[in-house]
Design a protein around this ligand. Structure first.
Ligand SMILES: [Zn+2]
Length: 174
């Protein structure tokens, strides 16, 4: 496995253990060239999914790429990495169960947006801005109105849920 920091080939597995109720193996790796540490996950892939890009180009589905774009959207948000992994696993299973070998990238983006909507509103807006390729502030406002609208509907239904906390989780410093 190539080091993501220096691209060196000399990486070693330091630790390897089952995770996600044994659906995956988590390996901690360290690079002997730069000392960089990173984690990889090994999982069953039931089907080979091919992504059809907007340009029409076909590329093999890359779970890591999806995972990275979700992680970028959730950067510094109080969401545990394990939850992000579970969310990505859920997305992959949804894709696998669609029964289609070829999946348009727009379908993957829409699924990820739907999942993020429930997980973290800030991450959702960030992901939407990249995925929908926002060019104007007005487009941000649209998505924010969308979120505000669904929050109001929840209030109107008399939900007992408290207002979302303004501050991020206490005790997490980055
Ligand atoms: Zn390295």
């Amino acid at each position: 496995m190539r080091c993501p920091y220096c691209n060196g080939d000399n990486t070693q597995v330091k630790d390897s253990r089952p995770t996600e109720e044994s659906a995956a193996i988590r390996r901690r790796r360290v690079c002997e060239d730069c000392g960089g540490r990173f984690t990889t996950f090994e999982r069953v892939q039931l089907r080979d999914i091919v992504v059809i890009k907007r340009s029409g180009r076909r590329v093999p589905f890359d779970r890591e790429k999806l995972s990275r774009s979700v992680e970028v959207a959730l950067r510094k948000r109080p969401i545990q990495p394990e939850r992000i992994e579970r969310m990505v696993s859920g997305l992959v299973r949804q894709l696998e169960s669609m029964g289609e070998q070829d999946v348009p990238s727009s379908t993957i983006g829409a699924l990820a947006m739907e999942a993020l909507k429930g997980l973290d509103p800030v991450g959702y807006v960030r992901f939407a801005s990249v995925y929908r390729d926002f060019r104007e502030a007005a487009e941000f406002r649209e998505v924010l109105d969308e979120i505000a609208g669904s929050a109001q509907r929840t209030d109107a239904q008399g939900a007992a849920s408290p207002a979302p906390p303004v501050a991020e989780t206490v005790g997490r410093k980055h």
